[in-house]
Design a protein around this ligand. Structure first.
Ligand code: OAD
Length: 231
């Protein structure tokens, strides 16, 4: 039976695809006030601004491509049962071919009905823009994104996946946002944990830090994991 390889990714995973991270120098939160564009209060105050912010993100995403890191993670499905838990709202893991991708913070290409949170719609080019007055099937819509001040409904299944990991890998996240960052603490004690990030946050003792960007770091990880399978 294949071992379960669980990967938690953040914005750094997609940085080499040209998508900006949030908290690095020149990151998104340096250029946009986070509580205006990504919080429940901000959306209530100025929904047009929030729609515009995510319309811009969508336009960037359709021009972006999965990088070698996304592709190598999908490729590891040949040797492992790979589960990706991502904080990213982009679809680059899916486009790279990963089969199991859980989005903790929502999905950029989806919107949902304001009056029925279970009703989601996938936007398709060229119609990637929404405004406060957009109607889809008669519903006003909002980004299918978890705003600050909102619950993270996918955390329960994510905890279950993390607690079943045989190997756990964290890639490209500042581990600043909870509950996503807490997933590390649900990994069983004897399970090896790797953390790929050129500028890693502090992590518990015992975590193997690979201080490299995602493309190079996933190649390093792949080498370590495949050597361990052979031995
Ligand atoms: P951050 O912007 O907080 O952190 C990005 C991380 O990526 C940092 O640790 C960088 O060192 C690292 N990094 C930069 N370039 C990299 C590269 N080429 N390869 C690998 N790592 C690289 O982004 P997140 O931790 O993902 O939520 O942020 C978490 C959440 O905060 C996001 O999902 C978003 C944001 O607010 C929502 O909007 C709901």
């Amino acid at each position: 039976m294949k071992k379960k390889l669980v990967i938690l990714t953040g914005a750094g995973m997609s940085a080499e695809s040209g998508l900006r991270t949030f908290r690095d120098a020149d990151g998104l939160w340096e250029n946009y006030p986070v509580m205006d564009v990504a919080s429940a209060d901000g959306f209530a105050r100025n929904p047009a601004l929030v729609h515009k912010f995510y319309n811009d993100r969508r336009r960037q995403l359709i021009d972006a491509l999965p990088n070698a890191g996304h592709i190598a993670l999908a490729d590891l499905e040949r040797q492992f049962d790979v589960y990706v838990i991502t904080q990213n709202v982009d679809d680059l893991h899916e486009r790279a071919g990963s089969s199991h991708v859980l989005h903790l913070h929502g999905e950029l290409m989806k919107v949902r009905a304001i009056d029925d949170p279970d009703l989601t719609f996938t936007l398709t080019p060229p119609d990637l823009s929404t405004t406060p007055s957009t109607l889809i099937d008669g519903h006003r819509v909002r980004p299918h994104i978890v705003f600050f001040q909102e619950a993270v409904p996918m955390i329960e299944p994510a905890i279950e996946i993390a607690s079943e990991a045989d190997v756990f890998v964290v890639i490209g996240t500042s581990l600043a946002v909870y509950p996503a960052a807490s997933l590390l603490y649900y990994v069983r004690p004897s399970v090896p944990i790797f953390y790929i990030d050129p500028n890693p946050a502090s992590v518990p003792e015992g975590v193997t830090v690979i201080r490299e960007p995602a493309t190079k770091g996933v190649a390093t990880l792949r080498h370590i994991l495949l050597s361990a399978l052979d031995s």
